[in-house]
Design a protein around this ligand. Structure first.
Ligand code: PEP
Ligand code: MG
Length: 324
């Protein structure tokens, strides 16, 4: 499939009406890294660090993490890599960490909640990231932030770790960005001040959608029931775009929907400028964006919403049928 899109691999993603969209990739294992070159991704928008913890049978040492993160940055060769801190709990259980049985793990002790309660693990990972950067730019993001203070506490840990590293005589990153994943509807309704504080926001669409529609993303009986292009969900996206716009906060989207061409087209039309997806999706998404006029798509979305339709998908499909 990648061969089919080879001719547009180096083409910047600019829509017919001149809007520039950044297509970046999701990764998590060393084996994913060669895709940075072959897919045409402009960077790594989501590096899921937990995968390297999940494939082992004991807690990795800090020095091992440093070596791994260094390799990731080396192979990115100056392209931006967004390291997501450990996103464990829910469906991702570390075999070597004490497991607490929870009635609703998806709503339970997971991601940043674990990090804030187990500061030792969070610090070790932050330290490893800072050391791996070794004077290069570093981008870190915290998963599953549900309210502003969780981000603030995590950021406080980042600053503390930075100070400690400096005292120990380590080279600090050239620049450091600290972002939050917006994966629970609550964060879209945080005070505007939060959007001023955060360096960037990345929408974790898989979780956001699961919690918005109250439909388990792992449950075959319900997981396909609700459309991402449902106007209610698009209203939430619109709100997030607006809030980030007011604070001039960079916004990206990194759930599976970013890699589905029609969904990606609508997200771009709604104002999301960076889409992070599995490498094999870059070609198909780029191909559609290059042929599209976001102005038109925006109009179709607005009209369908105005008519009171449940989803904008039928209208978009019709438009795409009529316009090649
Ligand atoms: C998401 O929730 O959309 C996301 C990107 O994170 P994960 O799929 O790893 O939960
Ligand atoms: Mg998630």
């Amino acid at each position: 499939a990648q061969k089919r899109y080879a001719s547009i691999r180096e083409t910047p993603t600019v829509t017919k009406d001149g809007e520039r969209i950044n297509l970046v990739m999701n990764a998590g294992l060393m084996a994913d890294l060669p895709s940075l070159k072959t897919s045409g991704a402009e960077g790594v928008g989501l590096f899921r660090t937990e995968l390297q913890f999940l494939i082992r049978n004991q807690m990795p040492k800090r020095s091992e993490l440093v070596a791994q993160y260094k390799r990731v940055l080396d192979s990115a060769d100056g392209k931006r890599v967004v390291f997501r801190t450990l996103d464990i709990g829910s469906d991702k259980v570390l075999p070597y960490m004490k497991h607490v049985a929870e009635p609703n793990p998806a709503l339970g002790w997971r991601a940043i909640r674990v990090g804030l309660d187990k500061r030792g693990v969070m610090r070790m990972q932050l330290q490893a990231l800072l050391r791996a950067a070794d004077g290069r730019p570093l981008t870190v993001m915290f998963p599953f932030v549900a309210q502003a203070d969780e981000y603030r506490e995590a950021r406080w840990e980042v600053n503390k770790t930075l100070e400690r590293e400096k005292r120990l005589g380590h080279v600090l990153p050239e620049t450091l960005e600290v972002g939050a994943m917006l994966e629970t509807p609550s964060l879209a309704f945080a005070p505007q001040k939060f959007f001023d504080e955060v360096d960037f926001i990345s929408i974790g669409g898989n979780d956001l959608k699961q919690f918005f529609f109250a439909a388990d993303r792992e449950n075959e009986l319900v997981r396909r029931r609700y459309d991402t292009l449902n106007v209610s969900f698009l209203s939430l996206i619109e709100r997030i775009v607006e809030r980030c716009g007011i604070s001039d906060t960079p916004l990206s989207f990194c759930g599976e929907d970013a890699g589905r061409p029609i969904e990606a087209l609508c997200l771009a039309a709604m104002g999301i400028r960076t889409l992070s997806m599995r490498p094999a999706s870059i070609g198909p998404v780029k191909s559609l964006l290059l042929r599209s006029n976001l102005q038109d798509v925006r109009k179709i979305i607005a009209d369908a919403r105005h008519r009171g339709e449940q989803s904008v998908r039928p209208a978009i499909m019709e438009y795409l049928r009529d316009n090649g």
